[in-house]
Write a protein that binds this ligand. Structure first.
Ligand code: ATP
Length: 506
């Protein structure tokens, strides 16, 4: 699996998906740029999200708020005082770690053991295997589950009490060692605020301090009244936004999984107090369906209910994805109560309320949030898509690598090839391009043998290759070759548009 991850990272760079930032200077830690194919994939994920949220819901509208906000925003939201990570240094390796990540990685080892048991059980009992019953009764599973629960409960308590000494003790008691030095020679745990700050204007005193937003959500909260007044929305309704967020992540690792500059796709859904759990469950379900709709394997996703909620939430669940380096958070769904609007109301002195016609009074709405990292989503799509297989090549066998990206998300929907550079085939192929390029991202290629061109398109996940040959000149049909099955069939040029529309549109 780790090996797979390294391959995906290398592939992403080699085929124009993701480059380290400032690459010619050696790369900037945990900051990345998206290349030609990466930018397309990223845009398609955004479109897919925006369509599912804003276009498909009559009661959700979009917003594009600025990155810079009045610093009071972050005071009210709790980020100035509470957006901290507990850090610990290993004195031998001189490496810095987030204590919570060390502990979570440790717990993941017990989860992996449980998964191994389940896999063994499945193998032994075949179709008769009852996963739920196995999880509830198998002694090895129960032992590992108890261990996870013990650590999680203690850790939650320590976090809530901000008991940094106990967080260190949890690390020591569980024999968690530095992955580099293999030792437990640690400094004390200390808190570290994740917000980047700078000064606005010329005076470098504290009143000019301004933060790069660590989440897009607050831009939505401070615009609640503006949107309510201008959009004709009535509670329950949502505001959706896609935008950059910045966190000074210390343990920035795992490629684009944890970045210092990243993008979020967030939607805040404003509801009548008391109805939040209904909407929380609605969004929990709706968001999983959204992931499944483009998934290669639904089994790659699971819910993880939070035992510990952030300071602003009364219920929280993660949608987790099976990344090559472990099962990790992809999206968070949080019932945020009236924490944010209430706090902004207190600090700004503005009433952030709506008139509830049933109660006949003004109320601060409750909020259910869905928040997914665009870059993390990108990584999940890329890792699930990376496929190596052995295929027949005449009498021999050969390795084939391709990206099995859902056609709606694929950077290029179709590549159009003239079979040869002669006999008017390039002109005909250009005509086909013209038919399609207004509605689909298509590309044209005439270099090298057809087989080589197929291979190049496979590597960037193009779902269809369209070849114009001599028969095309006679009957206006082309050969369509499918990426996943490598099947080929003929189709009239006149049908290509509706074919791609059906197969490769959102
Ligand atoms: P984590 O526990 O992994 O740090 P989080 O719980 O702090 O994440 P949220 O604050 O809930 O994350 O942010 C919502 C989503 O934004 C996450 O589910 C994730 O997809 C994305 N995200 C958060 N931090 C980062 C980051 N540093 N790099 C990339 N994506 C991120």
């Amino acid at each position: 699996q780790e090996n797979l991850f390294q391959k995906v990272v290398a592939h992403a760079k080699e085929y124009g998906f993701v480059f380290p930032s400032s690459d010619i200077y050696g790369g900037l830690q945990a900051v990345y740029d998206y290349g030609s194919n990466g930018a397309e994939l990223k845009n398609n994920i955004k479109k897919y999200w925006w369509a599912a949220m804003v276009q498909m819901h009559e009661n959700i509208v979009g917003l594009d708020s600025s990155i810079f906000m009045d610093s009071k925003t972050w005071k009210a939201s709790g980020h100035v005082d509470a957006f901290n990570d507990p850090l610990i240094d290993n004195k031998d390796s001189k490496k810095r770690y987030r204590a919570d990540v060390l502990i979570e990685d440790h717990m993941a080892k017990y989860e992996a053991k449980i998964e191994k048991e389940v896999a063994k059980g499945k193998k032994r009992f075949g179709d008769d295997f009852d996963t739920e019953q196995f999880l509830a009764t198998n002694p090895n599973v129960l032992r590992n589950k108890a261990k996870i629960e013990e650590i999680e409960t203690r850790f939650k308590k320590a976090l809530e009490a901000e008991d940094l000494a106990d967080i260190k003790q949890i690390i020591l008691d569980n024999n968690i060692v530095c992955p580099i030095s293999g030792t437990a020679n640690w400094t004390d745990v200390r808190q570290f605020n994740l917000m980047f700050s700078t000064e606005m204007g010329s005076l470098a005193d504290d009143s000019n301090r301004i933060y790069l937003r660590p989440e897009t959500a607050q831009g939505i909260f401070v615009n609640f009244l503006n949107v309510l007044k201008t959009s004709r929305m009535k509670v329950p309704f949502g505001i959706a936004q896609i935008g950059k967020a910045f966190r000074n992540e210390i343990v920035a690792r795992q490629f684009i999984f944890r970045m210092k500059e990243f993008e979020q796709m967030e939607m805040q859904f404003f509801v009548k107090p008391g109805t939040e759990m209904k909407w929380y469950n609605y969004w929990k379900d709706a968001r999983m369906k959204w992931h499944h709709a483009i998934a290669n394997d639904n089994e790659d996703y699971r819910y993880h209910d939070h035992l510990k909620c952030a300071h602003y939430a009364n219920a929280a669940v993660d949608i987790e994805f099976k990344f090559p380096f472990g099962i990790k958070e992809l999206e968070g769904i949080h019932s945020r109560t009236d924490y944010d609007l209430g706090a902004h109301q207190d600090l700004s002195g503005k009433k952030l309320q709506y008139f509830d016609t049933e109660e006949n009074k003004n109320l601060v709405p409750y909020v259910v949030e869905t928040s997914v990292g665009l870059d993390r989503m990108f990584l999940s799509v890329l890792t699930a898509a990376y496929t190596e297989e052995t295929v027949k090549d005449g009498d021999k066998e050969k390795q084939r690598t391709y990206l099995k990206i859902h056609p709606a998300l694929a950077p290029t929907k179709a590549a159009i090839f003239p079979l040869t550079k002669k006999d008017g085939l390039p002109d005909k192929a250009r005509e086909v391009m013209k038919e399609l390029k207004y509605d689909f991202n298509v590309s044209y290629e005439e270099k090298d043998a057809i087989g080589k061109r197929y291979t190049r398109q496979d590597l960037i996940g193009t779902p269809y290759c369209i070849t114009v040959d001599h028969q095309t000149l006679e009957d206006n049909t082309v050969t369509v070759r499918e990426r996943d099955t490598m099947d080929q069939f003929r189709m009239p040029i006149a049908e290509l548009h509706s074919f791609l529309d059906k197969k490769a549109s959102l």
